[in-house]
Design a protein around this ligand. Structure first.
Ligand SMILES: NC(=O)c1ccc[n+]([C@@H]2O[C@H](COP(=O)([O-])OP(=O)(O)OC[C@H]3O[C@@H](n4cnc5c(N)ncnc54)[C@H](O)[C@@H]3O)[C@@H](O)[C@H]2O)c1
Length: 388
């Protein structure tokens, strides 16, 4: 329930049917706190499969639509007590811009998966549409939702590790080592099509690393230099990259991403070096934050709602007592939770979110797409430094 409007928000899901991955995560995470109800869907690119998938999501047949055009049109015509408040877009990258712009123009708030769009022009168009419509737009860079990531952000903001000198993020996966492009995969064939994916592992995971560095340190990037590689013999997209960043305060940044590293599952790490201490967080052990100070013993902060060391922002991102692991769904739900706060306020009072929100927003989305474009430009030009 959302206190401002005394009801749950009504959700429409686009994508997620069949073997799809992230649509199901959206469906669960959005409803985890009982603040939203999944009411409608256009769940697949195939009209028949879109309708057939509806029972799995508990969507009534008369609100299972064959495509997003039908969903937006039909939902707009429903009584305002019935129609959806927002859509969640969990479709391939090349479809995000068109669906998001159409949904905003039809009067709905939007939650969209990353990367926000495939081109900077599309991203700018989307920014314009969000500003014109005054609707809420959230981008699911879900790693920003982990309590110990929020703890890291607050520790840095409070100056507890001093001035930031360096930041490193490594995002390692290995699934492409066994990927055979001659066989149609059960899901995600679009990820090997440059026209649909826009980039390879860079957009898939490199953008998460970039966004997390920005979220945790708050520092902007002045320029970057990148080397990318396609080690996979038949897939025409990058699968490995090394990106150097020069941050606004002179700090040095490094992103290393790979989907070609044998045995790596979702090995995503963030490390920050400050003048007084350093931080380390690992996605595969997300309930811990390691704090080091030279000459002192290593401190391991556990996600602990009652822990005195926990900053308020981190405490508010937890749901259950310490020692009971929280993970991917809860972090995803924290992005939704913050977006729901703004949606409910918008419905109740016409409130419009600004440039800074706790959830990644359309401006973060534009920056992420620009990051991809700058990395590609640098890689094409012998790793030449690119102003951001
Ligand atoms: N935030 C994360 O951690 C995370 C993780 C994985 C994927 N993603 C992003 O989520 C998006 C989807 O990725 P995925 O791995 O779930 O892909 P997927 O291929 O597993 O699923 C895509 C789904 O979208 C449907 N679809 C395609 N075009 C559609 C359309 N026009 N209308 C309705 N449905 C349509 C497909 O039928 C399928 O059900 C991508 O943008 C990806 O980058 C984000």
């Amino acid at each position: 329930m959302n206190p401002e409007i005394h009801r749950k928000l009504r959700m429409g899901l686009i994508g997620g049917g069949g073997a799809a991955f992230i649509g199901k995560v959206h469906a669960l995470s959005a409803t985890l706190d009982n603040r939203a109800r999944l009411c409608a869907g256009a769940l697949s690119s195939d009209p028949q499969r879109a309708k057939e998938a509806a029972p799995m999501f508990g969507i009534h047949a008369n609100r299972a639509y064959q495509d997003f055009y039908e969903l937006l049109k039909s939902e707009s015509q429903l009584d305002e007590k019935q129609r959806i408040d927002f859509v969640s877009i969990a479709t391939p990258n090349h479809t995000h811009a068109e669906i998001a712009i159409a949904a905003l123009q039809a009067g709905f708030h939007v939650v969209c998966d990353k990367p926000m769009t495939n081109t900077v022009d599309e991203a700018r168009e989307l920014v314009k549409t969000v500003e014109q419509t005054g609707k809420v737009f959230a981008l699911t860079h879900n790693y920003t939702g982990y309590p110990m990531i929020r703890q890291a952000r607050e520790i840095i903001g409070a100056g507890e590790i001093g001035e930031i000198l360096a930041v490193r993020s490594s995002y390692m996966q290995g699934w492409l080592t066994l990927f055979d492009t001659t066989v149609t995969p059960p899901r995600g064939a679009w990820k090997s099509d440059p026209d649909k994916a826009g980039s390879g592992s860079l957009g898939d995971i490199g953008t998460h690393a970039y966004n997390l560095i920005r979220f945790v340190t708050g520092l902007t990037v002045n320029k970057l230099s990148a080397t990318t590689e396609s080690f996979h013999t038949t897939r025409p997209l990058d699968d490995y990259g090394i990106i150097q960043l020069k941050m606004e305060n002179g700090a040095l940044g490094l992103i290393n991403y790979s989907q070609m590293s044998h045995g790596r599952l979702n090995d995503f790490t963030l490390e920050v070096d400050g003048t007084k201490g350093s931080l380390q967080w690992q996605q595969e052990d997300p309930n811990q934050l390691v704090v080091r100070r030279q000459g002192a013993s290593t401190e391991i902060m556990h996600r602990h709602p009652g822990g005195e060391y926990m900053h308020e922002l981190a405490r508010l991102a937890t749901r259950i007592p310490a020692g009971h692991p929280e993970g991917f769904y809860e972090a995803f739900a924290n992005v939704y939770r913050a977006a729901f706060d703004d949606m409910a306020k918008n419905i109740a009072t016409g409130f419009q979110p600004g440039v800074h929100t706790l959830y990644p927003n359309v401006y973060d989305g534009l920056e992420g797409v620009r990051f991809i474009e700058r990395v590609q430009a640098s890689a094409k030009d012998s790793s030449a430094w690119q102003a951001f």
